[in-house]
Write a protein that binds this ligand. Structure first.
Ligand code: HEM
Length: 195
């Protein structure tokens, strides 16, 4: 048993095995030919990746950034050279997975066009949620990550450019934290009466 929890891969696999057992007992496999089941499956994948993305965003904003001034200079490379690059890897790919699964879900639900165009009152909530989340995804891939590469020394730049990049990445990360609050409200509002 202990061997499972000594490896992240085995731990995640164990989670999937528990899920399969639950699905078999609940008879979920009998519904797998239905469109509604696959839409549900993508909803689950979407929430799973969304939790990874926003969890790491909140880790950066609630834990890592406020802790940095309290860490002695000689220990800071542990964060900038080891922890932050790994966290940023999962962060940006979770953002990508959340976007892709969210768009597939909206398409499977049959409202992707009208929600994004705000042409149906019934889909204002998810339309707004999707637009806010797409802006957040853009910020991750086109502002935060390119600037973090400079700030963490993955891309070599002058000390002035490094400081400017760190400031820009930090500010955009704060903007995404702010946007995550209404975004998540809109995501869950759609199934619960809309806006
Ligand atoms: C990146 C762009 C995103 C798109 C295109 C998108 C799309 C969607 C769609 C289409 C739904 C289904 C709404 C419904 O009909 O009930 C949904 C629900 C949801 N999304 Fe997103 N989403 C995105 C980002 C996020 C993020 C970042 C999170 C963060 C955790 C998130 C969490 C959720 C949750 C919790 C639900 C509700 C699930 C439920 O009520 O069963 N989404 N999203």
């Amino acid at each position: 048993m202990g061997a499972i929890f000594q490896s992240l891969g085995r731990t995640v696999t164990a989670g999937v095995v528990i899920l399969v057992v639950i699905a078999l007992i609940a008879g979920t496999h009998g519904k797998m030919m239905e469109h509604a089941w696959w839409a549900f499956f993508f909803r689950w994948l979407h929430v799973l990746s969304g939790v990874m993305w926003i969890g790491l965003l909140w880790y950066f904003n609630f834990v890592q950034t406020p802790s940095m001034p309290k860490i002695p200079d000689e220990q800071k490379p542990a964060i900038s050279k080891v922890i932050a690059p790994t966290a940023l890897f999962w962060f940006r790919w979770a953002a990508m997975a959340t976007l892709v699964t969210g768009l597939i879900l909206a398409w499977m639900n049959g409202y992707i066009g009208k929600a994004l165009a705000f042409s149906s009152k019934d889909h204002y909530a998810i339309g707004l949620g999707m637009w806010i989340a797409v802006i957040m995804w853009f910020n991750v891939w086109f502002i935060i990550w390119p600037n973090q590469k400079k700030a963490l020394g993955i891309v070599q730049v002058s000390p002035e450019d490094k400081a400017a990049a760190a400031k820009m990445a930090g500010m955009t990360s704060r903007i995404n934290t702010m946007l995550s609050i209404p975004m998540l409200f809109c995501m869950v509002a759609q199934q619960n009466g809309g806006l």
